[in-house]
Design a protein around this ligand. Structure first.
Ligand SMILES: Cc1ncc(C[n+]2csc(CCOP(=O)(O)OP(=O)(O)O)c2C)c(N)n1
Ligand code: SF4
Ligand SMILES: [Mg+2]
Length: 309
């Protein structure tokens, strides 16, 4: 009888049949036509996810695309693969269950700044500290887009919205600092307006064995037009990459990079692998299986009941 622990590890070599399989084409990965507003930054992130799937030969049955609720969180609808559009702010716990039970899958989570840092703020911290193996891309537009312009945790001071008619008075969070402080083992920043860079960051995140977090600036052209112009050279801004001599294993140096005022730096701020919860749990399962080796299922059950007496 097979069990979840018999599933091959995610990084195991592909079977010979897989080697001969052609990479999926965009046509095979794209599902419904995205319902985003024309010009929304989220289109770019989706297009680069398709590119990643094609380039890295990720088969339908080997990936899963999870999201919460929001414009950005509509993401899984548009991907022809397994996935779920889950409850607002709860994408990470849902993805955690998948990651721990199916170590052979690439678990990708997409969502917005509200989903990640307001209603899902608690889950963000805990998923990061537990170092659950997955890639989380937050499409940060500094606003609640789906619900038509409320202040989000990343909206800058003074931002006028339906919830702050006289301008936001709450200090915004800094997603990079939050991710580093929470214990994420891979922390990167990119922007929808630089497609090559988005792809580069997604590839690096996917290859990281642990919780990999990407803040991807993604403009909401409807409710926060021009928010990121200062980071876009085509709009007169500056795209400043993380300095070549930055030590990505240095947490304090990463924190200092994250303190640079907007538009700040782009690239990998922090990458410091350490054992994942996936690995630790797999080890516990392995050891406990050793203890019951050779026993029949009913004998294992009986042992458990005896322990409960
Ligand atoms: C429990 C719950 N509370 C509130 C809402 C309403 N709601 C839906 S999306 C959203 C915020 C979305 O903002 P963000 O995550 O930044 O995504 P965006 O639309 O900007 O991409 C809110 C408050 C909801 N769907 N469920
Ligand atoms: S409201 Fe904003 S975030 Fe939502 S689809 Fe339109 S441009 Fe994109
Ligand atoms: Mg948002």
């Amino acid at each position: 009888m097979s069990s979840i622990t018999d599933i091959p590890a995610r990084n195991s070599n592909p079977a010979p049949a897989d080697v001969e399989r052609k990479p999926l084409t965009k046509k095979e990965i794209a599902a419904d036509h995205p319902t985003w507003c024309p010009g929304c930054g989220d289109f770019s992130v989706l297009a680069l996810y398709f590119k990643l799937i094609e380039k890295r030969k990720l088969w339908h049955e080997k990936i899963t695309t999870i999201a919460g609720i929001g414009c950005s969180s509509r993401f899984p609808y548009f991907v022809q693969a397994h996935g779920a559009h889950f409850i607002h702010g709860r994408a990470l716990p849902f993805a955690t269950g998948i990651s721990l039970s199916r170590p052979d899958l690439h678990v990708f989570v997409f969502g917005g700044d509200g989903d990640a840092f307001s209603i899902g703020g608690n889950h963000f911290n805990h998923t990061a500290r537990k170092n659950i193996k997955m890639t989380y891309v937050v499409m940060d537009n500094w606003v609640y887009g789906l619900t038509k312009k409320q202040t989000s945790p990343t909206s800058p001071l003074g931002f006028r919205s339906k919830t702050d008619m006289w301008g936001a008075v709450d200090y915004p969070i800094n997603p990079m600092k939050q991710a580093i402080a929470a214990g994420a083992t891979f922390v990167a920043r990119t922007t929808h307006s630089n497609p090559n860079h988005v792809l580069q960051m997604m590839e690096a995140a996917m290859d990281h064995d642990g919780f990999s977090f990407i803040e991807c600036l993604s403009e909401c052209v409807e409710f926060y037009e021009g928010a990121f112009d200062a980071s876009n050279p085509r709009k007169g801004g500056v795209f400043k990459e993380v300095p070549k001599d930055h030590d990505v294993t240095d947490e304090l140096a990463a924190y200092r990079l994250a303190s640079d005022p907007f538009p700040g730096y782009f690239g990998i701020f922090y990458r410091n692998p350490k054992p994942t919860k996936n690995a630790r749990e797999a080890e516990i399962i392995r050891k406990s299986r050793e203890q019951v080796q050779g026993l029949k299922d009913w004998e294992i059950l009986q042992k458990t009941f005896d322990r409960l007496k």
